[in-house]
Design a protein around this ligand. Structure first.
Ligand code: NAD
Length: 294
């Protein structure tokens, strides 16, 4: 049978999660998606109304099928962690079973197992603030949503992942170089995510023969990136300075050869990459290798 993938962090057709879903679907995988609870209604109704049909198109002309969409809030591990105001919040009260543990249980009930786990989510409430102006609360929220969310997802999905399977997350070079504007502790969160990639590769590899890698992606004008405010500048900077002068796309439309992050993810979770684990793989047109701007 084909592989089954759970992709956390898709709420529209503009981001890297969507691109990865498409590349995995094109390679024959069954697609399950975890969508942030507050974004669930609009995502599901847009899917139903055919708003994404054009961008669901795969290279063979068929449309990507999403077998099931699960509501997910990856900052909560189990129901005990959910504060009362969230429980009673209108957008949350309409769905159920969206903590990480409950989603893993639901997937187990529905499908038994998965082969591929994708983490394509991040959130930093104070991302527009410099680190020196970031509150403790904002910093910890960035780490919780953007790094611990991966630890938690892997921890809860590992028992239902078939040996030989793999996970992948998305990181950004602000973890290791100074990128003014990527604030609120988001640079710290990406540094944690990369360090955890190594430690988790060891633990999940030894325990369950599961590989753990992360893709350090170049700039993309996704919804999350637009919220940071400097994404157009970063795209232009990359176009001007990277060894390869082209934009990265998220597979919204098929433009051959441009769905590079999705394709790299499909490679990394496939048997072709069976000896690659604990790695930070740059899919950024080579920008990371530059020492100065040109
Ligand atoms: P995106 O908006 O498509 O994806 C982010 C997703 O995270 C959204 O769907 C959002 O609903 C979801 N999310 C936020 N908080 C959540 C929570 N608590 N629980 C569940 N889901 C939650 O944007 P994107 O830029 O494609 O981001 C995907 C990943 O790629 C992120 O890790 C991001 O940091 C990384 N990345 C992005 C860029 C870029 O330039 N866009 C560059 C490098 C890395």
């Amino acid at each position: 049978r084909g592989k089954r993938a759970f992709i956390a962090g898709v709420a529209d057709d503009n981001g890297y999660g969507w691109a990865i879903a498409k590349s995995l679907a094109a390679a024959g995988a069954e697609i399950l998606i975890g969508t942030w609870v507050p974004a669930l209604n609009i995502f599901e109704s847009s899917l139903r109304r055919g708003k994404f049909d054009e961008s669901r198109k795969l290279p063979d002309g068929s449309l990507m099928e999403i077998t099931k969409v699960y509501p997910l809030d990856a900052v909560f591990d189990s129901l005990d962690d959910v504060p009362e105001d969230v429980k009673t919040n209108k957008r949350y009260a309409g769905s159920s079973n969206w903590t990480v543990q409950e989603v893993a249980e639901s997937v187990k009930q529905d499908f038994g197992s998965i082969d591929i786990l994708v983490h394509s989510l991040a959130n930093g409430p104070e991302v527009t603030k410099p680190l020196l102006e970031t509150s403790r609360k904002g910093y910890l929220a960035a780490i919780s949503a953007s790094s611990y969310s991966f630890v938690s997802l892997l921890k809860h999905f590992l028992p239902i992942m078939n040996p030989g399977g793999a996970s992948i997350s998305l990181t950004y070079i602000a973890s290791e170089r100074i990128i003014p504007g990527y604030g609120g502790g988001m640079s710290s969160a990406k540094a944690s995510l990369e360090s955890d990639t190594r430690v988790l590769a060891f633990e999940a590899g030894r325990k369950h023969k599961i590989r753990v890698n992360t893709i350090s992606a170049g700039p993309l004008g996704s919804r999350a990136a637009k919220a940071i405010g400097f994404i157009d500048m970063m795209i232009n900077y990359s176009l001007a300075n990277a060894p390869l002068q082209k934009e990265l796309h998220a597979g919204k439309l098929i433009i051959n050869g441009t769905e590079e992050v999705g394709n790299a993810a499909a490679f990394l979770v496939s048997p072709l990459a069976s000896a690659i684990t604990g790695a930070v793989v740059y899919v950024d047109n080579g920008l990371n290798a530059m020492g100065v701007g040109v």
